[in-house]
Design a protein around this ligand. Structure first.
Ligand code: AMP
Ligand code: ZN
Length: 132
């Protein structure tokens, strides 16, 4: 897609710190890292987000996600990895080319998600009625 910054990175029109590349997927360092080694992994094909994806196009990307997560654990100061996709603006997606964030974590690094709530049986049933 012409005006997509990540398509331009994949084509080499914009520089990136490439970590790895396969026929279907591309991985590069996030320019605004949340942690040392924060990497983005994406399909070479322009897919906006999970809502628009054909699962077949995502499987090969997941292969690379898994490979890089293992590499991080082996080669970086890294005890674990958070892996997430922001889908849609409301979820914090700013670049509309589907990408996995791989965020290396160190034991005791102090990074916290918001504290968990508490799921009541009523709420659980309501959600299940919607989703099942
Ligand atoms: P998201 O908010 O999930 O859409 O994530 C977009 C990510 O892309 C952010 O973490 C940015 O720091 C990162 N980003 C944006 N432009 C570039 C770029 N040119 N090179 C590397 N990372 C980028
Ligand atoms: Zn794109």
């Amino acid at each position: 897609m012409d005006n997509c910054i990540f398509c331009k990175i994949i084509k080499g029109e914009i520089p990136s710190y490439k970590v790895a590349e396969t026929e279907e997927a591309y991985a590069f360092l996030d320019i605004g890292p949340l942690a040392y080694g924060h990497t983005l992994v994406l399909p070479k094909k322009h897919i906006a987000n999970i809502f628009e994806a054909d699962p077949k196009d995502l499987y090969p990307v997941l292969d690379l996600v898994q490979r890089i997560a293992a590499l991080m654990k082996e080669k970086l100061p890294c005890d674990g990895v958070n892996i997430l996709i922001n889908n849609g603006e409301a979820a914090g997606q700013s670049v509309m080319h589907c990408h996995w964030h791989l965020i290396p974590r160190k034991a005791g690094d102090g990074y916290h998600f918001p504290p968990p709530g508490s799921l009541s049986p009523e709420t659980a049933q309501k959600i299940l009625k919607s989703l099942r």
